[in-house]
Design a protein around this ligand. Structure first.
Ligand code: ADP
Ligand code: MG
Ligand code: MG
Length: 206
């Protein structure tokens, strides 16, 4: 429902706050050392905007979060996560969503990230954590799992996808400028995506 959607965004803001330095460290190895700062700025702003509003639908909460990310973050991750949250929100214009609806919304979010950023799995981006998380969520729902179980499976898959980015060579984003020198470093955006799914799992467990 709308309260859980808001709690999810707040949980992301808290996780990003806690892991800000780590995200920036990862980005300093293969980017421009601002991913923690970008994520922190965006999700603190989103949590703040939501604290003062009472949207009627789950989607309205998430669209608002996405719009705030786009307007408050200058880096690549702002528009990408912003469009993901806006697409997830647009698919959930209901007061409460079930796990099937949420699975479809997550897939719409992934589609919008890929439409905007043109990254495929294996390009060493957030897509490498997001795509397996969507698949794991859907699989668990289809096999009768409840919402919390599906979110837990998605978080596990996102973390596995995040770790799998280390040996990859980047083909999208700033890290791609490094060519083969991007190999051996975990992707910052895949790492923040894993935090976002873990925050979802924790929100639904509570
Ligand atoms: P910037 O690169 O503009 O400084 P951030 O540091 O906030 O932005 O985000 C970098 C992350 O964004 C990368 O680690 C990667 O996961 C993700 N990213 C960059 N370009 C793309 C893209 N085209 N598609 C998907 N994800 C991307
Ligand atoms: Mg950066
Ligand atoms: Mg930057």
């Amino acid at each position: 429902d709308t309260d859980l959607a808001r709690t999810w965004v707040q949980a992301i803001a808290a996780a990003v706050d806690q892991h800000k330095d780590h995200l920036t460290q990862l980005d300093s190895a293969i980017g421009d050392a601002d991913h923690g700062i970008n994520m922190h700025r965006g999700f603190s702003a989103a949590a703040k905007v939501l604290a003062g509003s009472e949207p009627d639908t789950v989607g309205a909460v998430l669209v608002k979060a996405g719009t705030t990310l786009i307007s408050s973050v200058g880096g690549a991750s702002g528009p990408l996560y912003g469009s993901a949250f806006r697409a997830i929100g647009k698919a959930l214009e209901v007061p409460t969503a079930d796990s099937q609806q949420f699975a479809a919304a997550l897939a719409a979010g992934l589609e919008s990230v890929q439409k905007l950023g043109a990254a495929e799995p294996g390009d060493k981006t957030m897509v490498d954590a997001y795509a397996p998380a969507v698949a794991a969520f859907q699989l668990r729902v289809d096999s009768g799992g409840d919402f919390a179980a599906a979110a837990g499976a998605a978080a596990d898959a996102a973390e596995e996808g995040m770790r799998a980015t280390t040996p990859m060579q980047a083909r999208k984003g700033r890290a791609s400028y490094l060519g083969a020198r991007s190999i051996g470093h975990q992707d910052p955006g895949a790492t923040s995506t894993a935090l976002i799914f873990r925050a979802l799992a924790q929100t639904l467990e509570a």
